[in-house]
Design a protein around this ligand. Structure first.
Ligand code: IPD
Ligand code: CA
Length: 268
């Protein structure tokens, strides 16, 4: 059986190599490869090239593991381990040159297409800032060498809450309604533009909470482990696990309040 330390070391190496490639391509200039669900939902040549690099390195080093990537989809394995990869999370930031995009790599046990996997390790790296966040189950979350902890105390001014918006107009209209219920809890809102960095920010105490509807396993598999290993909770509504339907990440003290607002309960 492969140790978490070995998986983390390989995942970290992959995130560094992928980050170098993404950064180098960004310097040369970004070219749009296609649009996906809507015109606003873009994929660049770099997204595809970075995923191809990560996928081929995994196929060579760990040919029996499964794989699930945003750009190339899923392939089963025989070891029970699956690599869940977003080659560039925050593609719109990447395309505009905003230095908030990330390579997100998780290794999980179980079915990566369900929400019932058990995370083993997660790495989120922001090549533009040089920051690399990592966690392995039961061993804490770190930014480089520094251990991370979610914010437990929320001051009277309220919480700093990150969220994101989908690419489709109808989804955005719903998200606007929900935001109006969340705003009374918030000292302010952040829309960073990369779900994995939102989750890393919760883990690092740079925001107090994050929620979003409509994200995918590659957006949150690695970042969710960062949050839980930093002492936070990650889930959906009413005890459900986090899923594309809804993901909430916050310190235990704030989670229930945020969950109530998201569920539509407006009593104080
Ligand atoms: C997107 C980002 C964004 C979130 C979207 C995701 P992508 O991922 O994480 O912050 O709001 O829901 O799809 O498309 O840049 O990989
Ligand atoms: Ca992506």
């Amino acid at each position: 059986m492969t140790s978490d330390a070995d998986l983390l070391s390989f995942a970290t190496q992959l995130a560094r190599e992928a980050g170098e490639l993404a950064r180098a391509r960004r310097v040369v200039g970004v070219s749009l490869a296609a649009t996906k669900s809507t015109l606003a939902d873009i994929v660049t040549e770099a997204d595809r090239e970075v995923e191809a690099l990560i996928r081929s390195r995994i196929a060579t080093e760990r040919p029996d593991d499964g794989f699930l990537g945003e750009e190339t989809g899923a392939e089963g394995g025989t070891t029970g381990l699956t690599w869940i990869v977003d080659p560039i999370d925050g593609t719109v930031n990447y395309a505009y040159g905003i230095p908030a995009y990330a390579i997100s790599i998780a290794v999980v046990e179980g079915d990566a297409n369900s929400n019932e996997w058990m995370p083993r390790v997660g790495v989120v790296s922001n090549p533009a800032s040089g920051e690399l966040f990592h966690a392995s189950v039961g061993a804490g979350a770190f930014l480089g060498e520094q251990q991370l902890f979610v914010n437990q105390e929320i001051g009277d001014a309220g919480s700093l809450i990150a969220t994101g918006f989908g690419y489709a107009a109808e989804r955005r209209a719903e998200q606007f309604e929900v935001l109006q219920r969340v705003l009374p809890l918030a000292r302010d809102i952040r829309r960073i533009g990369a779900a994995s960095l939102d989750l890393a920010s919760v883990a690092a105490g740079r925001v107090d909470a994050y929620y979003e509807r409509g994200i995918w396993p590659w957006d949150y598999a690695a970042g969710s482990l960062l949050v839980t290993e930093a002492g936070g909770l990650v889930g959906g509504l009413g005890g459900l696990p986090a899923s594309g339907e809804l993901l909430i990440a916050a310190a235990p003290t704030l989670y229930a309040k945020l969950e109530r607002a998201l569920a539509g309960d407006t009593t104080p």
